[in-house]
Ligand binder design. Structure first.
Ligand SMILES: Cc1cc2nc3c(=O)[nH]c(=O)nc-3n(C[C@H](O)[C@H](O)[C@H](O)COP(=O)(O)OP(=O)(O)OC[C@H]3O[C@@H](n4cnc5c(N)ncnc54)[C@H](O)[C@@H]3O)c2cc1C
Length: 475
């Protein structure tokens, strides 16, 4: 091991003091008494996210402004209690969960869209606006905010930035960080800073906006975001096809590139996904369908007409059958239902779903799927694979009975080996869900100790007392 990496500054252990009466009194003075909760029934919902493990905070604080958050963080540093920021609370890795107690800062009162600038293509928003609300507001102005996590109706823009959220449209449009022009952030020690600005080009100083993207609520609390927009595409279309194997379906993806098509979305579903969704909803997918590909394109009406034909040809040449095309929103929705209704359908395979989101270079997706299937067979566990073939980000879901301890252990072993396979294929252990505390034990499978050392030093420089979201990312 490199000797320089043994000298990460130690973080002062936070002491849990948020429930002291004088601390609560100060919090009430800062945000108003009606916005500080301590009752168990009110704080409990703030103690879990989508993975449903419970770590209730001692208090919940709902500020309205950056200045209030700055004061709360200064108090937290003075009295040494942990603070965890929360958006919509639908993260998949426990990021918003107050693992070491203390207070949760909920951002739901910071829910105003401040400005939509059509000429300069940006929106200025507070962090507590949901992804869906933001998309709807800009679309009403003929503009488009592409990042689209499937949780878009519940997730907040602040949470999206902190997790650098992706979604189905990343294949063409990229992830959340590609839309962040500037931020207002309260640092862990309670200073309000502005990063970036309102222009696409900006190379003044270090790129602190990018540093905040994916920082999992550990380097500061985002209180305002300026997000880049693009014109709303005139038309969209979707092509759906079934295949006899995942390898055949995935082979169409590089073929689309060779045909000079960049699909908006390119989603693949495996055999177990199809059996589940067919049994539940009866889409008429035949027994010979062992994989399914959904490809969406957008652009001008003329362009979409042209590209849709090319997509149809590519999937047919690649062995696709039952090829369907949809060009109206309603018809497209019907084709996408098979993907949208998948998550509820696979619940029948087990009461516990270990939902991982590994990513590999997209040409390696078929290799990843084969390795995961082999891992599942070897550990006698059941796996469902689906996801974003267009960018190589595959949701690998190991399903088992929550009460069967041996089965749960086997599934976790399969998860570890899946992470190793993804790294071995040139990818990594998370494409969009982040690390939180759930994946923290696996961080060193994906990052060198030197890189982890640099990250820990950045954290220490900004948060010397380790009060902001302790227990996450680093074990
Ligand atoms: C059904 C379902 C589907 C999903 N689909 C996708 C998908 O397609 N793509 C994808 O990328 N993810 C997906 N996710 C995961 C998740 O929704 C995203 O990570 C989302 O960005 C979380 O947003 P949130 O507002 O719920 O954040 P939270 O869960 O509340 O918080 C997540 C992290 O962000 C931090 N945070 C929250 N607000 C702030 C702030 N203002 N400043 C600083 N830090 C903050 C928290 O401390 C925490 O570390 C899905 C989740 C579910 C349950």
């Amino acid at each position: 091991m490199n000797s320089t990496i043994e000298t990460v500054p130690s973080t002062t252990r936070v002491r849990t003091a948020a429930s002291d009466s004088d601390v609560l009194e100060r919090l009430r003075e800062i945000v108003g008494a009606e916005y500080v909760f301590v009752d168990a029934n009110k704080v409990e919902p703030y103690g879990q996210d989508a993975i449903k493990e419970k770590f209730p905070p001692e208090a919940v604080v709902l500020p309205r402004a950056a200045a209030e958050i700055a004061e709360v963080l200064r108090l937290a540093n003075e009295r040494c209690f942990p603070v965890t920021a929360r958006g919509g609370g639908v993260g998949y890795t426990g990021g918003a969960v107050p693992l070491e107690g203390g207070i949760v800062i909920g951002t739901e009162r910071m829910n105003q869209i401040k400005q939509i600038n059509v000429d300069d293509l940006y929106v200025v928003t507070e962090p507590g606006v949901t992804t869906y609300e933001l998309q709807q507001a800009v679309e009403a102005e003929g503009l488009f905010y592409p990042p689209d996590p499937a949780s878009y109706k519940d997730s907040f823009i602040g949470g999206n930035i902190a997790e650098n959220a992706g979604g189905m449209r990343c294949a063409k449009y990229g992830v959340t960080k590609h839309y962040v022009l500037g931020l207002e952030v309260v640092t862990p020690t309670g200073t309000i800073i502005k990063t970036g600005g309102r222009t696409t080009k900006n190379v003044v100083g270090f790129d602190l906006s990018s540093l905040m993207c994916g920082s999992e609520g550990m380097l500061g609390i985002i209180t305002e975001a300026t997000l880049r927009l693009v014109p709303l595409p005139e038309a969209t279309a979707t092509v759906r096809a079934t295949f006899r194997s995942m390898r055949e379906a995935c082979a169409c993806v590089p073929q689309l590139t060779r045909s000079r098509i960049v699909p908006v979305a390119c989603e693949v579903l495996d055999r177990n996904s199809l059996r589940a969704v067919e049994a539940e909803f009866g889409f008429g997918l035949g027994p010979q369908a062992d994989a399914l590909l959904l490809v969406a394109v957008d652009g001008s009406a003329q362009e979409v007409e042209r590209t849709t034909k090319i997509v149809e040809q590519v999937v047919k040449d690649g062995g696709g059958f039952d090829v369907l095309r949809a060009t109206t929103r309603a018809d497209e929705d019907r084709l996408w239902d098979v993907r949208r209704l998948l998550s509820p359908s696979i619940k029948k395979y087990g009461t516990l779903k270990l939902n991982e989101d590994v990513v590999v270079p997209r040409s390696r997706v078929p290799d990843l799927i084969e390795r995961v299937e082999e891992i599942a067979r070897r550990h006698n566990t059941f796996v469902v694979n689906f996801g974003h073939a267009g960018d190589g980000n595959i949701h690998v879901n190991f399903m088992c009975d929550r009460e069967d301890r041996a089965a749960v252990e086997r599934a976790w072993q399969a998860v570890r080996e899946t992470f190793a396979a993804a790294v071995d294929l040139g990818g990594t252990i998370s494409g969009e869900h982040g690390i939180g505390y759930v994946k923290a034990p696996y961080l060193d499978m994906a990052l060198s100790s030197e890189a982890i050392y640099v990250m820990k030093n950045i954290k220490h420089a900004l948060d010397p007392k380790g009060i902001l979201n302790p227990g996450k990312v680093f074990t």
